[in-house]
Write a protein that binds this ligand. Structure first.
Ligand code: CA
Length: 229
């Protein structure tokens, strides 16, 4: 059974979330204080975290950042203010999803299920042998989520890695920015397709020997991008 930790100081909201999640078969723990929530998050195993931002003690920003140092389990941020969501995105704390209050409990449950199954899919695919993609000097180890160009390791962010891997898994297939955005950023409510352009640029800076003549990710003007082989 998947275990979820809710850190939320408004007890009514926390209990409502808990009720719905338990009805869907999850085991749910609640902490109403930030420090206590942080301690449990770091000491116990959970499959997903739901964090309020404004809490007594450690706030949601701090808890999120500290969980991410330890593990890659899904983190959902719940906030009353859209501004907070912009802020947490800007900070790059590694949250997987953001929900603005008020939200419907069934929406929360749907997102929790999606994130847990996505996480399980990724970690299952990483068992056993290393799954390697190798094209023209570019090597992606999907098991270890590491990337090399001509044997030199490149440090990519999670989204850069996911975008590059997705393109490399579909060589010569042209994807529009909209398609890439919906594939890679599928769970996020906020954002726009300019994000795709920015990430492609960053990936090129990291992997292309000559950025002005990309040999891996090719721009198809007016359409999108493809991984060239
Ligand atoms: Ca609060």
């Amino acid at each position: 059974m998947s275990r979820i930790l809710i850190v939320e100081d408004e007890e009514e909201i926390a209990e409502l979330e808990k009720d719905y999640l338990e009805l869907s078969g999850f085991e749910v723990e609640i902490e109403t204080d930030g420090d206590a929530g942080l301690k449990r998050a770091l000491e116990e195993d959970f499959d997903l975290y739901i964090l309020d931002l404004m809490l007594p003690g450690a706030d949601g920003f701090e808890i999120c950042a500290k969980i991410r140092k330890n593990n890659e389990k899904p983190i959902l941020i719940v906030s009353a203010k859209k501004d907070d969501i912009d802020k947490i995105r800007g900070l790059g704390l590694g949250a997987d999803d953001y929900i603005t209050k008020p939200f419907s409990p069934s929406e929360l449950v749907a997102r929790v299920k999606a994130h847990i199954s996505r996480y399980n899919r990724i970690s299952n695919s990483q068992s056993d042998e290393h799954d390697i993609i190798e094209i023209h000097g570019l090597k992606i180890d999907k098991t270890a989520r590491r990337v090399w160009v001509n044997d030199e390791e490149k440090q990519l962010t999670t989204k850069e890695y996911e975008l590059l891997t997705f393109l490399a898994e579909h060589p010569n297939h042209v994807f529009s920015k909209e398609e890439l955005f919906s594939r890679i950023w599928d769970m996020e409510m906020v954002g726009d397709i300019a994000t795709v352009t920015v990430h492609i640029k960053r990936i090129r800076e990291k992997i292309e020997p000559d950025k002005s003549r990309p040999q891996y990710i090719e721009t198809i003007w007016g359409v999108g991008y493809r991984f060239k082989v």
